[in-house]
Design a protein around this ligand. Sequence first.
Ligand code: FES
Ligand code: FES
Length: 159
Amino acid sequence: MSERHLTFTLNGERREASAETRTHLADFLRHGLGLTGTHVGCEHGVCGACTVIVDGAPVRSCLMLAVQIDGCTVETVEGLATGGQLSPLQQAFADHHGLQCGFCTPGMLMTLEAFLRVTPSPTQQDVRIAISGNTCRCTGYQGIVEAALTAAAAKGSRP
Ligand code: FES
Ligand code: FES
């Protein structure tokens, strides 16, 4: 087994940890660091449940090796809420019934979090394209789309 020492920023905190070179980022987050909010569905890059944000871009953590985050900034679903308050996007998911079983939700949230940072005023079609790589078996997507549009509108209305 070959281990590497990693230094990275995780949800705003400087962290150091060791990871085997063969471990993918999703397993490292879940089993190495105990951050089980990142879900693993297909492990083939298809379902999007494992999406996290690395250096500002949404990535599928099942397709990335943990050692690749050395020196990077990583954001997971655990970092969205602050001080016990849901983020505007999380609250919008709750308000619009954007989740049922919740398995896809962490990936949906992180995909949309990254998307809304660069697309502050999306159309419904923009949102549908943004989440086209995330699979949800429960919601029919309509609530998720409405949540994203609501969160974008709320952000736009803030000073
Ligand atoms: S678990 Fe990574 S895309 Fe499905
Ligand atoms: S809420 Fe169940 S898979 Fe999306």
